[in-house]
Design a protein around this ligand. Structure first.
Ligand code: C5P
Length: 222
């Protein structure tokens, strides 16, 4: 299994399809996020799926019946991974898992854009690590196949979920590359050593003039 997932974050359909065609054979999956999905919808997912396995990062969060309906549609699109928000609760997660039997449903715990102060403002008065680990455990117990998690959270999350569930880890930077706006980063090797199953990399590949060289370098580093 190739653990590398490339985030195809771009508003332009032709660009996304060109990347999917070029990168698909050399990576484990490509990630389609909210911007591309809101712009081009399920039709884009179908077209990308012709060239690569798809991680659809929609971070679903609604009542269980509504999330189940959305997850069922994603299942029909043939995606391999789908995100939901763990804070939607165990019933919502279980409903998504049941409605999408061919998809690995993975849970987002605490958005990395939230710090302790913001967490208390939204009424989750825990320190961030405690809340990440509590939500990760709850999501796996509810049937999620894994969790999305930042590199520094990996060891603590593995401690509570064990070795079997998958972990999908953004904030990956090849050794020696620019960090950009990512604050909590790791190299592919370090993230894999801490228990990452999949590594999500976006701009270090998509903004590079020779992206296939970066992919090849990354493929040698995990
Ligand atoms: O370009 P870059 O490698 O930073 O892209 C990482 C991808 O992972 C983006 O699609 C970003 O939205 C996503 N992501 C992240 N950090 C998180 C969760 C998701 O960077 N904590």
């Amino acid at each position: 299994m190739n653990p590398l997932i490339v985030a195809l974050d771009h508003p332009d359909r032709a660009q996304i399809l060109a990347w999917a065609t070029d990168f698909g054979p050399h990576v484990g999956m490509v990630k389609i996020g909210l911007e591309a999905f809101c712009a081009h919808g399920p039709d884009l997912v179908r077209s990308v799926h012709d060239h690569a396995e798809v991680f659809l990062d929609l971070k679903l969060h609604d009542i269980p019946n509504t999330v189940a309906g959305a997850a069922r549609q994603c299942n029909a699109l043939g995606v391999s991974l789908l995100t939901v928000h763990a804070s939607g609760g165990p019933e919502m997660i279980a409903a998504a898992v049941e409605a999408a039997p061919d998809v690995r449903v993975i849970a987002v715990t605490v958005l990395t854009s939230l710090d302790a102060q913001t967490l208390s403002v939204v009424g989750q008065g825990q320190d961030v690590n405690t809340q990440v680990q509590r939500l990760a455990k709850m999501a796996i117990d509810a049937g999620a196949a894994g969790v999305v998690c930042a590199p520094p959270d990996l060891v603590g999350v593995r401690r509570v979920i064990g070795d079997t569930p998958i972990t999908v880890v953004p904030g990956i930077r090849p050794a020696g590359s620019a960090v950009g706006d990512q604050k909590r980063v790791a190299t592919p090797e370090a993230a894999r050593a801490m228990g990452a199953t999949y590594l999500v990399v976006g701009r270090p590949i998509t903004c590079d003039p020779t992206p296939l060289k970066v992919i090849s370098r990354l493929n040698g580093q995990h």
